[in-house]
Ligand binder design. Structure first.
Ligand code: ZN
Length: 265
């Protein structure tokens, strides 16, 4: 290796043998839905040394959405739809936050200080953006370009904690939307027929430009019908429970698919 290559390699965040920043499965899936999973992984690039956190902290919700990737993979198989998963922890750079947001590379999360994110320089932030954030969103953009955008639906899968600030959150699943409630209304109705509990209507969160990036950037801007599903983490804590919710969500999605075609503009 030449001296200049050593210099270039040392500027990289990911080692060549580490997992890629984005995983695409079932890229040729025949369903007109594209599944997205922004918070699929709690992996941290080796060069960042776990951001100074211990493994227990990295297993918690601050680092990822536990169970979301399991459900998303199951939906990809059941629906025969492509799925794009982010390969690294939201604590390294959150792919569902604008890079200009203070939460993009959080210095603290849920009251926990993130030592490896304190006082980063512009170059360090730009490296995370270039090697993790941009490849993830470029992969989504390319998938959309390769399909006819006018016939694509976006379905984003997240999970949420059962308790926040001491308050129990009653909804086992939430249907979340921002400017575009079209798919959400259909999905809310379909899930209400199946789920023996209150389905969250824009709970635990609404999609908000100040918080969310993926659906506003890829869905709302292009007027693609899009919706975010949030699943409470105690509902998908085991493989069989996650499989049960995968079936519920897939059946509801397939039920609304015909009506969703009419949403295209
Ligand atoms: Zn999430």
């Amino acid at each position: 290796m030449t001296g200049s290559n050593v210099t270039n390699a040392s500027k990289l965040l990911l080692d060549p043998e580490e997992p890629p920043p984005v995983e695409i499965i079932n890229a040729g899936g025949r369903n007109n839905t594209i599944l997205l999973c922004d918070h699929a992984s709690n992996l941290v690039p080796r060069r960042l040394g776990n951001l100074g956190l211990d493994p227990i902290q990295l297993a918690e919700h601050i680092a990822w959405d536990p169970g979301a990737a399991v459900v998303a993979r199951g939906l990809s198989a059941r629906l025969d739809a492509p799925l794009v998963l982010c390969g690294y922890s939201r604590l390294v750079i959150d792919c569902n936050r604008s890079p200009s947001s203070a939460e993009s590379i959080p210095e603290q999360s849920a009251g926990i200080s993130i030592p490896g994110n304190q006082g980063l320089g512009q170059e360090q932030k730009a490296r995370r953006r270039k090697e993790l954030f941009e490849p993830y969103h470029l992969a989504i953009s390319k998938l959309l370009e390769n399909r006819s955008q006018s016939s694509t639906l976006l379905l984003s899968i997240h999970s949420f904690t059962p308790v926040l600030n001491g308050l129990l959150r009653p909804w086992p699943v939430g249907v979340c939307y921002g400017r575009d409630p079209r798919l959400a209304r259909l999905m809310l109705r379909a899930l209400a027929e199946r789920v023996d509990a209150e389905v969250g209507d824009n709970q635990p969160y609404a999609i908000d430009d100040q918080i969310d990036y993926t659906i506003p950037f890829h869905g709302e801007v292009h007027r693609l019908p899009s919706v975010m599903i949030e699943i409470r983490q105690d509902q998908i804590g085991t493989a069989s429970a996650a499989a049960g919710w995968t079936t519920q969500l897939a059946d509801a999605w397939l039920q609304i698919a015909a009506k969703a075609q009419c949403l295209q503009v």
